[in-house]
Design a binder for this molecule. Structure first.
Ligand SMILES: NC(=O)c1ccc[n+]([C@@H]2O[C@H](COP(=O)([O-])OP(=O)(O)OC[C@H]3O[C@@H](n4cnc5c(N)ncnc54)[C@H](OP(=O)(O)O)[C@@H]3O)[C@@H](O)[C@H]2O)c1
Length: 399
């Protein structure tokens, strides 16, 4: 790699954002932080700004932005503090930026991610919800802008690493017959169906292998995370849903596989630590240290694989159906899931109610073709209204 590359880290205060800054901090000769963005965690953002000295930080919450401005002024730090989605979009498209880490959680990351893609940046895509929502619109923008899209989800990053030379995002790779996503199975892999109703948010967020934000932790517990990943894989690798398999692998060491026409399977292995795919994507096509040790295979001893249980985890079938339906169906699924997961985290909905709400939203709202971004945003808003209406009056039934 030649020269120091500018990086915008959107969602810098979260799990992926902090891991990204950890890798960047170890390579000041390669990367310079140009901007940081978050919602309201102003104290963490101020600490990050004092360490990395970006030109701009953005906080969506105006009150939090005021506090950060005051704190940075008092610390003698020249970093500008801005607020608003437009500021995130500008930061992602700024000419000083070469790489954008898209690590805002949920639909809130859509517009900044699209802005980075439109500007032809290398986008490190952790924000899978943006791709699930916008689908082909986002992939077409990548193609038209000439930018790069490198998946950060460990599964898709593994597949990216196992793809044949010359792979382009959104273009079917010759000789690839199937991709196989591995799943840890989440915290309730062996929990009996009747016991799932009363699990708590803290139990759902106690993932056995990965340390993640609360929303994706709940998605991992319902296996909706794997469902969203199926949709993500169909788009990134241009495969029909029927050619994206899932296998449960509790050790979370084999991160995913690519199956080729000759019967070969290529897999990528590594410790379950997001700094590995982050370092891969920052440096690609070169390799840099991530701060993570390689595996000791003899100490690990064995790898287990088993099929996922669709009856205890109905999210998988809901997501596959949305992938097949296409159009706005994935955006409806994603929005209903975001509302239901937040209600579960707020103790307004029980765990199994999450998929019940998503199922009902998908039954009540028709999917339409997507011609433009407004189609996506309207579907998102409609599904949010529908899910909220289902949850509020029926709290007694679900809670
Ligand atoms: N964590 C993982 O291991 C992992 C693995 C694969 C993929 N991902 C994906 O990566 C994304 C981030 O996950 P995470 O685990 O890092 O989540 P997280 O720890 O909850 O962090 C979320 C980040 O997004 C920011 N944010 C939330 N709402 C926002 C809004 N409305 N506007 C601007 N910023 C907002 C948060 O800011 P505040 O701190 O101010 O709230 C925080 O910086 C998700 O899409 C997830 O699916 C994560």
């Amino acid at each position: 790699m030649s020269g120091v590359r500018g990086v915008a880290v959107l969602g810098s205060t979260g799990s992926i954002g902090r891991s990204t800054l950890d890798v960047i901090g170890a390579h000041p000769e390669l990367f310079r932080v140009t901007s940081l963005g978050a919602w309201r965690s102003w104290e963490t953002l101020v600490a990050q700004a004092r360490r990395f000295r970006p030109e701009t930080v953005i906080l969506l919450d105006p009150g939090a932005a005021d506090k950060a401005r005051e704190a940075l002024r008092a610390a003698g730090c020249a970093t500008r503090v801005e607020t608003g989605v437009a500021a995130l979009e500008s930061a992602a498209a700024d000419s000083s930026v070469d790489l954008v880490m898209a690590a805002i959680v949920g639909a809130a990351g859509l517009l900044p991610t699209l802005s980075a893609v439109r500007a032809g940046k290398r986008v490190l895509l952790a924000n899978k919800e943006a791709l699930v929502m916008a689908g082909r619109l986002l992939m077409d923008l990548v193609r038209d802008s000439g930018g790069e899209l490198i998946p950060i989800d460990s599964e898709h990053n593994a597949i990216f690493q196992c793809m044949p030379a010359g792979y382009l995002p959104g273009v079917a790779a010759r000789g690839v017959t199937r991709v196989i996503l591995t799943a840890s199975g989440g915290p309730f892999r062996t929990t009996a169906a009747p016991d799932l109703t009363h699990v708590t948010p803290n139990q759902a967020c106690a993932h056995p292998k990965w340390k993640m934000g609360r929303k994706i932790s709940v998605d991992s517990a319902t296996l909706m995370n794997k469902g969203l990943e199926v949709i993500e894989a169909t788009l990134l690798f241009s495969l029909p849903e029927s050619r994206v398999d899932i296998v449960v692998h509790p050790q979370s060491v084999v991160h995913s596989l690519v199956q080729y026409a000759d019967g070969s399977m290529l897999a990528q292995l590594g410790a379950p630590d997001m700094r590995v795919p982050i370092a891969q994507a920052l440096a690609w096509p070169e390799r840099i240290t991530s701060g993570v040790e390689s595996l000791d295979l003899a100490a690990l001893g064995r790898f287990d694989f088993e099929p996922p249980d669709h009856s205890r985890f109905p999210s998988l079938d809901l997501a596959r159906a949305a992938a097949r339906a296409g159009g706005t169906a994935p955006a409806l699924l994603n929005a209903a899931n975001e509302v239901a997961v937040q209600a579960f985290l707020d103790h307004r909905l029980n765990f199994t109610g999450i998929t019940t709400v998503i199922d009902q939203v998908l039954q009540q709202l028709e999917s339409h073709p997507v011609d433009n971004l407004d189609d996506v945003l309207e579907a998102d808003a409609a599904a949010r209204r529908c899910a909220a209406a289902l949850i509020e009056p029926t709290t007694g039934a679900f809670a």
